[in-house]
Design a protein around this ligand. Structure first.
Ligand SMILES: [Zn+2]
Length: 284
């Protein structure tokens, strides 16, 4: 796929490494500040809420200038920018404003608002701090372990994670999370799968719109992308955090299902077609 020379998003940030525990040091200070703010007639909740975004507290994040970026850095920035453009347009059509997520590239370990993550976690989206997290070695790993090389496969993974951000903004993931708490484990897993398939659909929608502006997708790209997506588990972290999903029971859906929804998004570019929840019920 062609991406060189595209606009680079300025929402990519880098973590310098997971320093767990810094939050403890800042905790008391934050509390004191909150009390002072309260005494001065302000809203202490704001202070506390800011302090609870542990990502900023725990990890040193920084930006890179264009000269400092390597090929992977630039690639990620361009793909993220493409998702920003597509979703800004689509949200505008819905009469809404798209809040762009941050994308954090971390070097092995990181503390997110959703918990501690390592290379083993794989790429994930954290709704609590509205960030997509990618481990630096992820793209290498894709190439070596999952036999899914190629820029499009990597771009697809980013678009899928951004799809989870879209679900967060539209309130879908919250709604599903609430439903999952009240149903059986089996039903809960089914709901997870539907969310995953919808993120695939949204990745397809993204591909639909970038395809319009330039011919980027080549024969075999979609299959490679889905092979990659199947191999990663962006839900492992949520699993750890919530404790509601057991690894053996969890699934992203079959390859066929994932392919179906990605293609549906890709071919139609129509958000109304992305009701994975309804469709799965009808299939049964
Ligand atoms: Zn996912």
């Amino acid at each position: 796929m062609r991406w060189q020379g595209g606009r680079e998003s300025d929402n990519v940030e880098y973590s310098s490494g997971g320093g767990r525990g810094k939050l403890i040091g800042g905790g008391i200070g934050t509390l004191v500040i909150a009390v002072i703010v309260y005494l001065l007639g302000g809203n202490p909740e704001q202070v506390l809420q800011q302090a609870q975004g542990p990502q900023e507290e725990i990890n040193q994040t920084f930006k890179k200038t264009s000269e400092e970026k390597d090929r992977t850095d630039k690639f990620v920035s361009v793909i993220l920018a493409e998702t920003e453009d597509v979703w800004t347009d689509l949200f505008r059509q819905m009469g809404r404003e798209y809040q762009k997520p941050k994308l954090n590239i971390f070097p092995g370990t990181v503390s997110s608002a959703c918990g501690f993550a390592s290379v083993a976690t794989g790429p994930f989206y954290c709704p609590a701090d509205e960030k997509v997290y990618l481990d630096k070695s992820f793209f290498e790993e894709l190439k070596i372990r999952f036999a899914a090389p190629g820029d499009f496969a990597n771009a697809y993974v980013i678009a899928h994670e951004v799809g989870h951000h879209v679900q967060h903004l539209l309130g879908t993931s919250d709604k599903v999370q609430r439903m999952r708490e009240t149903v059986s484990k089996k039903e809960s897993n089914r709901l997870s799968v539907m969310l995953e398939l919808q993120a695939d659909f949204y990745a397809g929608v993204w591909a639909h719109y970038i395809e319009k502006t330039e011919k980027v997708i080549e024969e075999g790209d979609i299959e490679a992308a889905l092979a990659a997506a199947n191999a990663i588990g962006d839900d492992r972290l949520q699993k750890q955090a919530s404790g509601t999903v057991t690894p053996d029971a969890f699934t992203h859906g079959t390859s066929a299902q994932r392919m179906y929804w990605f293609k549906k998004g890709y071919e139609t570019g129509d958000l109304k077609q992305g009701n994975t929840f309804k469709q799965l019920q009808e299939d049964e």
